[in-house]
Design a protein around this ligand. Structure first.
Ligand code: KIV
Ligand code: ZN
Length: 388
């Protein structure tokens, strides 16, 4: 069987921008939207138009600017929200309204004070109303992760009948285990009439650190759209990181699935978002963190210098990182010091390497990392080291 496409729905400009301190101005949003289109995402969730005049304008301007990618606007299952989202999307070449309502016991009781029947009725009305503006309507069943599967199935069947083209099953609170989320999607696949005519979407939060695993579990159960953000930004502990899901599909699932993402742009888009949002990426973040291709222990450095694949499963160029890094610390061995010395233009033989290494280890024990400047100083003070 030919690999199937997994659609990448980026919500950096909506769920990502909800993070305290990550607010963007319009020009930053436009730049990020353009970068996302170049990256190859299929859908850009550009904002929540009713939330503020700024967000409304941003969605409108992004719609004008973006050529080919679907532009999505969020709304609650409220007529006014949907109408404003539709207005903001009039400039988009491919508009999508994303509307929905909470379906877990907790949301129905405490947020809506509504019965199950009332929730279903509101969901149907929202989708029908959204359909009067655009063809492409995505429905989100908020807090589906904690919802009863039987009730969730009823809601999803009703919104498909009302015209939803995509059904989003969010694990809003990051609660599900991967096998639970897999069973939830499988349950819907088996029990909802019409489910094969729509796209099932995953939208996972990272409260227990399982957003990426849950998204992958959902793909394996039949989901064909992943909602995610650059650098995993998003409410609380964040959303599924786009770069992680895309690289998992590319490295481990390519016989079965593919995405449209131009992966050598991942690092630069990540840096753009990091800078604009002022939210530093942790150094050990998978794929795009500064240490993702850095090696600091002697055993690993020796292996990587001999053959990169001994400790790297991704070629850094595949994600837009120029090269692997050898980081000199007190855990580094002779091979790493000789390698770094050579890259700095110093040619060491066995004896000079021994002398330089002794000095290096003394200093490395005192400071966290021996940088190029410090190593150059050591080498220049090592007798008989020739400069090549
Ligand atoms: O986490 C969530 O459930 C959401 C919805 C609005 C899609 O962000
Ligand atoms: Zn969310």
């Amino acid at each position: 069987m030919r690999p199937q496409k997994v659609f990448i729905f980026d919500t950096t400009l909506r769920d990502g921008e909800q993070v305290p301190g990550c607010k963007l101005n319009i020009s930053e949003k436009l730049q990020i939207a353009e970068a996302l289109e170049d990256l190859g995402v299929d859908i850009i969730e550009a904002g929540f138009p009713i939330s503020s005049p700024g967000d409304f304008t941003a969605v409108k301007e992004i719609g004008l600017l973006i050529k080919d990618t679907t532009i999505c606007g969020l709304s609650r299952a409220i007529e006014k929200d949907i109408k404003v989202a539709a207005e903001a999307l009039t400039t988009a070449k491919k508009p999508r309204i994303h509307t929905g309502i909470g379906v877990s016991e907790s949301h129905m009781r405490y947020k809506f004070n509504a019965s199950k029947e009332q929730i279903i009725e509101r969901a149907i009305k929202a989708v029908q109303y959204a359909k009067s503006f655009v063809e492409d309507v995505e429905f989100y069943a908020e807090d589906a992760g904690r919802a009863e599967n039987e009730f969730l199935a009823k809601v999803i069947e009703a919104v498909i009948k009302a015209g939803a083209t995509v059904v989003n099953i969010p694990d809003t609170t990051g609660y599900c285990l991967p096998e639970e989320y897999h069973s939830k999607i499988s349950f819907l696949k088996e029990n909802v009439k019409g489910i094969d005519n729509v796209i099932i979407s995953t939208h996972c939060h990272n409260d227990l650190g399982m957003a990426t695993s849950n998204s992958i579990a959902a793909i394996n159960a039949g989901a064909r759209q992943v909602e995610c953000t650059i650098n995993g930004l998003g409410e609380r502990a964040g959303n599924t990181a786009l770069e992680e899901v895309v690289m998992i599909i590319k490295k481990r699932m390519k016989e079965v699935y593919f995405t449209n993402i131009n992966t050598p742009l991942l690092k630069s888009v990540s840096e753009k978002v990091e800078l604009a949002m002022g939210m530093p990426v942790q150094a050990n973040k998978a794929i795009i963190g500064n240490n993702a291709f850095g090696h600091s222990s002697g055993i690993h450095q020796d292996g990587v210098i001999k053959h990169r694949e001994t400790y790297e499963i991704i070629d850094p160029l595949e994600v837009g990182v120029n090269e692997s890094k050898i980081i000199l610390t007190a855990r580094s061995g002779r091979a790493a010091v000789a390698f770094k010395a050579k890259s700095l233009g110093f040619d060491l033989n066995k004896d000079t390497l021994d002398i330089a290494y002794k000095k290096f280890i003394e200093i490395a024990d005192r400071i966290k990392e021996v940088g190029d400047k410090e190593l150059t100083r050591i080498l220049e003070n090592t007798p008989q080291v020739s400069i090549v």
